[in-house]
Design a protein around this ligand. Structure first.
Ligand code: NOJ
Length: 889
């Protein structure tokens, strides 16, 4: 039986009704309510309320083919115009869990030669297959601060996905960003700064698209922890909850922090946006009309499609009306994975036939999908699907979930090309030098005895891919766990690479690859000229590792790492520590330890980890990376944390983002807390000086709110599509694959075809949801990314950076702005570059300030504005070392 999940009336939970942009939260947050800044109206600018709600926003904006999307839309509309109802439904719905070969696949349109779309993780390389590269993770890419490198890696990852036959790579990640330092999946993205995150995600997307695969910008939005993201997972872990947690945040925080990187990435052409598991102000991410219809599609003018996270679809009619365009993997819940039921599929057919979902909404969803496909040139890609997510065996079942037949599943195509060079380069260029006493680094290549310590330097003795989804911390840590972790085709460990290096110059080398052989460690450390200690701290998605459920329980090093450092350094006065971690760890003690002569954060460098760190240790690569997050002295210094225990009975746990925009360095700065290492910090083997700040004001047009209306929803339907259910039954003689999600009905009675026992009663269609007439444009909208005038360049800032040392090096000058208001962050990153400078030479750092970079969000006007406060610009080498400053006229 197919299509037996309720259609029209199901799961309206999450469609909240109330207003949330203006509220009085002064009881909870007395210091964040203040009187008018632009007008005389009292305005509440920040604060998160427990049980906050999310306003309904309908209808779902139809894609209009803005700007660069025009051509793709023209082709897509012509294509959609030919489709039958079932063919349209097919493109919007996954075929089930483990029913096809990719982590998610849509139905196909054989009549027109349109194959099923293959959607595959991950943001760091092709997941769950062989002969692919494991690229440095997002947090490492962020540490490079290099637009060019991130673009190249986006392209290389795109090539590998395309080479394997993937249509859409499920990345990059801009949420989670890292509100809480322990958050399990932050390493998949570009760190807690929205500006850095937005710029680098844009580069990654354009790189992927240039290789001809679609991107999926994820996860929208405020998915800042793993705990309680899905009720069934939580129940398995022993919590009794019935709904995903809600991230509660105010409108300013939404715009100035969490939505910010989405704006850049959508402007850069993101092909799809993946909505998130969590609720946003108590409305589920994948049916939150405020987020999907209003913010993403109206305000940010998104022209691509919204795909649900896997099992993140909570309803049929409600979700598509709220802006969801594709439901993955087609079945509703993990526990239901073998039921063959779907909120979409045949139920979408029912919902169109009974009028709950207007045809134009389905047409829009399909147009968006097909437009994205044309937009990246998928019509010219001819690589066939060559692998199966579910097995690496050459032969296996055609439909893995039911184990039928035996077909040639895996061609074992090697798609790595020469990408190991890029992985190695990015690994080295993302390694942050945090401490280097008296030039301990680089190593000279004359060390008589080099000793390496720590499990984190060696292999996982059971093999690099032996833990399911990499959910373990065995051997060197080069990637976190979960859907962001591809499998290693090879993994060069630090131990191997350092030993090779030492053998080149004829030194002696010994390593101890366990953290617990105390006696042997003491003995070796005493003899070593240099002791290299590798330690780590891991995290990931779902799954319990060493009692950490995705999110970390704390910020200390794993497997006794802190003890190992103490032990080795107490015997060797030249101890160099390398940290592999998914995010911040506490390093104050190591920083203060005089026997630790150098300290490096190497993050999650991917499959060339050993070669990359060796390049840095021996000075072939002069470290230039900077921390993309703050390293605090104590956990409490962040002022934000994961919600580890349900706080709302069996109902949705409430994660209240009470800190507003003050996450990471914005919080440390506001509260005057001195960190161990600040955001943007990183040393080099040379030194740089900053001079000669020049600020040029650029002539620009006035900022005006976008006005006017959209066109009416286009009518793309064929005139011969019948509304008679009899014409939408399974074709006669059709041989069904059990559990497969199909678009056809199994009976002409829509109520029984839906399988919804409440069919016809209790129906609720949100007011306006079916309206296809022209709709008002958002003041802050009007084009992909938002109002085009937001991107006007208002100032250009230049400074001279001089390499004062003896060796060539990279410097990352950073530009910060203070917006000047009492509720603004002291500093906001608003510009950066990575410059290679020869010794004794100077380079010009140039950064363009866009209009939006000096604006605040006005919750009343629902638009951006420039406040009257004095604004200042700062340039320097980190968020706390800013030698140059000027007032913005
Ligand atoms: C769930 C994860 O949250 C998402 O990031 C991933 O792309 C999908 N699963 C598919 O594996």
């Amino acid at each position: 039986m197919h299509g037996i999940i309720p259609a029209a009336v199901l799961a309206i939970a999450g469609l909240a009704q109330a207003e949330w942009v203006k509220f009085n939260n002064s009881d909870l947050f007395p210091d964040v309510t203040y009187q008018g800044f632009q007008s005389d109206n009292p305005v509440t600018i920040a604060g998160s309320r427990n049980l906050q709600d999310s306003p309904p926003k309908y209808p779902s904006p139809w894609g209009e083919g803005h700007g660069e999307w025009a051509d793709a839309y023209e082709k897509a509309r012509a294509f959609v115009h030919q489709l039958t109802l079932e063919e349209k439904v097919n493109l919007t719905t996954g075929t089930g869990w483990k029913m096809d070969r990719c982590v998610g696949q849509t139905g196909s349109i054989p009549r027109l030669g349109f194959h099923s779309l293959c959607l595959q993780d991950s943001p760091n390389g092709v997941r769950l297959t062989d002969f692919v590269s494991v690229f440095p993770s997002g947090v490492n890419l962020a540490a490079t601060w290099s637009r060019e490198l991130v673009h190249s890696i986006g392209h290389a990852m795109g090539e590998e996905h395309r080479g394997k036959g993937v249509d859409m790579q499920l990345g990059p990640v801009v949420g989670p960003m890292g509100r809480a330092p322990e958050a399990g999946r932050s390493w998949e993205g570009f760190g807690p700064d929205p500006y850095l995150s937005g710029i680098l995600a844009s580069e990654a997307i354009q790189g992927m698209h240039s290789a001809g695969v679609m991107s999926s910008l994820k996860h929208a939005i405020a998915y800042e922890q793993g705990h309680f993201r899905l009720p069934y997972e939580s129940v398995e872990m022993g919590w009794n909850i019935t709904a995903p947690y809600s991230s509660n945040l105010d409108d300013v925080t939404m715009h100035e922090l969490y939505l910010w990187p989405f704006a850049d990435a959508i402007r850069a052409g993101a092909a799809s946006v993946m909505c998130s598991y969590n609720q946003v102000n108590n409305s589920n991410g994948c049916q939150n009309s405020y987020v999907l219809n209003h913010l993403i599609k109206n305000e940010l003018g998104f022209q691509g499609f919204v795909v649900s996270d896997w099992y993140g679809t909570w309803s049929g009619v409600s979700s598509i009306l709220a802006g969801l365009d594709m439901s993955m993997p087609g079945v509703p819940e993990m526990q239901d994975q073998y039921s063959g039921r779907s909120f979409w599929g045949a139920n979408l057919t029912v919902a169109v036939l009974n009028g709950s979902v207007p045809t134009w909404r389905l047409d829009d969803a399909v147009t968006r999908i097909v437009a994205a496909w044309y937009f990246v040139g998928r019509d010219e890609a001819n690589e066939t699907l060559s692998f199966s997510t579910w097995t690496k065996d050459t032969y296996g079942p055609a439909h893995y979930a039911i184990g039928d037949g035996l077909i040639h599943l895996n061609e074992h195509r090697d798609v790595r090309g020469n990408h190991s060079n890029l992985v190695r380069e990015a690994g080295a260029k993302s390694t942050v030098l945090l401490k280097n006493t008296n030039g301990a680094l680089p190593l000279t290549g004359k060390e008589k005895l080099t000793a390496t310590f720590g499990e984190d330097a060696g292999p996982n003795i059971r093999g690099p891919n032996s833990c399911k989804q990499h959910a373990c911390d065995e051997g060197t840590l080069a990637v976190g766990w979960g859907s962001g972790a591809p499998d290693f085709a090879s993994l060069v460990t630090p131990d191997t690479a350092i030993q090779n290096e030492v053998s080149k110059f004829g030194g002696a080398y010994e390593s101890i690859l366990t953290n617990y052989a105390s006696e042997q460690i003491d003995t070796l450390a005493r003899r070593a000229d240099v002791a290299l200690v590798f330690v780590n701290s891991d995290s990931g998605e779902g799954q319990m590792v060493a009692n950490n459920y995705g999110d970390r329980n704390n910020l200390t090093l794993w497997k006794g790492g802190d003890e190992l450092v103490k032990r080795v350094s107490s015997s060797c006065p030249n101890t160099i520590v390398v940290v592999h971690s998914t995010g911040p760890v506490l390093l104050e003690e190591i920083k203060q330890n005089p026997n630790v002569t150098a300290l490096l954060w190497a993050g999650l460098p991917g499959d060339q980890t050993g070669n990359a760190i060796t390049d840095v240790l021996y000075g072939r690569v002069n470290p230039g990376a900077k921390l993309p997050f703050t390293v605090g002295v104590a956990r409490k210094d962040w002022g934000t944390d994961v919600l580890y225990a349900p706080n709302n009975g069996i109902l949705a746990p409430q994660a209240n983002f009470q800190e507003g925009i003050f996450t990471d360095y914005r919080g440390f700065d506001k509260h005057n807390i001195t960190p161990t290492y600040e955001f943007g910090y990183g040393l080099s083997y040379t030194s740089f000086s900053y001079s000669n700040l020049r600020v040029t004001k650029r002539p620009v047009r006035e900022y005006t709110a976008t006005q006017g209306y959209t066109s009416a929803a286009p009518n793309l339907s064929r005139s011969d599509v019948s509304s008679n259910p009899a014409n939408h039954l399974f074709p006669s003689n059709f041989s069904m694959v059990p559990l497969y999600i199909y678009p056809w009905l199994n009976t002409t009675d829509l109520a029984s075809a839906s399988g919804d026992r409440y069919y016809g009663s209790n129906e609720f269609i949100p007011p306006g949801a079916q309206d296809s007439s022209p709709q008002p444009l958002a003041a802050a909208g009007g084009a992909p990314g938002g109002n085009p005038a937001l991107w006007d360049i208002v100032y250009t800032v230049e400074a001279t950076i001089t390499n004062e040392g003896e060796v060539e090096g990279d410097e990352i000058p950073q530009l910060y702005i203070s917006l000047g208001g009492p509720y603004d962050a002291p500093l906001l990153l608003r510009g950066f570059d990575r410059l290679s400078i020869q010794p004794g030479r100077s380079s010009t750092f140039q950064a363009d300030i866009r209009r939006k970079d000096i604006m605040n969000w006005d919750t009343v006007a629902q638009d951006w504005y420039v406040s009257g406060y004095q604004k200042k610009v700062y340039v320097g080498s980190s968020s706390r070392n800013l030698p140059l400053s000027a007032t913005l006229a």
